[in-house]
Every structure is written in structure tokens, then in C-alpha cells.
Design a protein around this ligand. Sequence first.
Ligand code: ADP
Length: 238
Amino acid sequence: MRLRINTARRRAQESYLRQQRFVNDVSHELRTPLTIIRGYVDLLEACGTSDPEIFKEAVTSIKTSAQNMQNLVESLLFLARADDGDQPLTKVPVDLDELLKRFVEAYRSPRVEISKLTHCRILGDGEFLKKMFAAFVDNAIRYSPPATPVKIELTTVDNFALLQIIDRGIGIAKEDCGKIFDRFYRTDKARTKTEGNETSVGLGLAVAKWIADNHDIEISVKSKPGEGSTFTLKIPTI
Ligand code: ADP
């Protein structure tokens, strides 16, 4: 009896701590864009709109900060619904090569190229799968130098499709590779790189992982700091 009470008490404590950490993380992530918006609004109030350069800088920064807050809220809503079991997937047979081609066309970045494309068919929800691709490709772009390409390769082995997203960016230290799928986790290098222009909040891979788990997709990461990263998705074919 005492054991059961202790276990219940420990669980309640853990849940409370998790909630507290979550509120801390969200508050922390919202504080930066809100401070930037407040700062530029104060500046515009003091200087007026007569200086076109200041005006342009203010509008750009306010827009980026608002976009970041919107991304944060959208990812939080996605994960909250996922936790509640309220994120219904509609799985149908999908030609993965076609879906990838359409995704890359819509992504509209000259840096993203498909270097191998093998025909294969999987069972999945196209919209969710595209959201998952976007998380990996956004990161590959964000964490690599502007001129370097991001390659996508689709091959097949046995009854699986292997989708690789390859970048030549800052890479990820070995000890971080297992943590990057945790909510709000960002490596120190990534924090420094995006400082002041925070386009990352550390939720993209948590969302991608949820989508992968719900499609029985295995994710693996190979990375070398300073050389780049390769994310491989092993997807069951039909
Ligand atoms: P974020 O919004 O910060 O990019 P993610 O959940 O997508 O959040 O990624 C978590 C962290 O994993 C990033 O902050 C970064 O430290 C690391 N990361 C993910 N993808 C890459 C990559 N391709 N190259 C280097 N670091 C990466």
C-alpha cells in the first residue's frame, strides 16, 4: 500500500516538474521575439518613420519575430493535439518519389536538389509526410552555409525506402544526436548560429519524430561537427 502511494506521489511530482519545465521553455522562447518587437516599436515611437532604413529594419525584424511566434504556437498546438490523440492521419498508398518531387518544387530553394530518386510506394498521409520532410530540409538549410547544397536521395533496400537528407553544415556532436528529437532541445552551436534572428525553437524534430513514429519510420543520424549531417529515414514500402 505504502509502495503504491509512493509511486503515485513520485508520478505526480514528475508530472508537475514536466509541466513546470514546459511553461519555462515556452516562456523563454516567447520572451526573445516579444523583446525584439517591443524594442523596435519603442524605436519607431521615438524616431518616427522618417528614416527609411530604420523603418525597413524595424518592419523586417517585427515580421520575423511574429513569424517565429506563429511557428512556435503552431508546433505547440500540433504536439498538444498529438499528445491528446487528436491528430488523425489519413493513410493512403503514396508514390513517395512523386510526393518528394512535388515537395521540392513547392519548397522553391535553389539549394535543395534531388540527387537520387527511386520509384517506391508507401502507405502514408501526404500532408503529414510533407511536414516531416520540411522539418529535416529546413534544418539542413538553416545549419549549413548559404552556398552549400542540400541533397535528397531516395533509394530502396528490401521492403524499405531509404530517404536521406544530406547537408554540409555545422554538424551535430555525438552526445547531442540522441537528444535533438526532444522538445525544445537545441545544441549550443545552433543557438549561437541563430542568435538575434531566432528562426529555431527546437520543436521541428519533435514534430517530425511524431509523424515518423506514426508511419513506422525509423530515423537515424550520422553527423560530424564541421562537416555535415545525414538524416536517414527507413520507411516501410507496400
Ligand atoms: P530547431 O527549430 O531548433 O531547428 P529542431 O527540433 O528542428 O529545432 O532541431 C533541434 C536541434 O537539432 C537544432 O536546434 C540543432 O541544434 C540540431 N539540428 C537539427 N538538424 C540539424 C542539422 N541538419 N545540422 C546541425 N544541427 C541540426
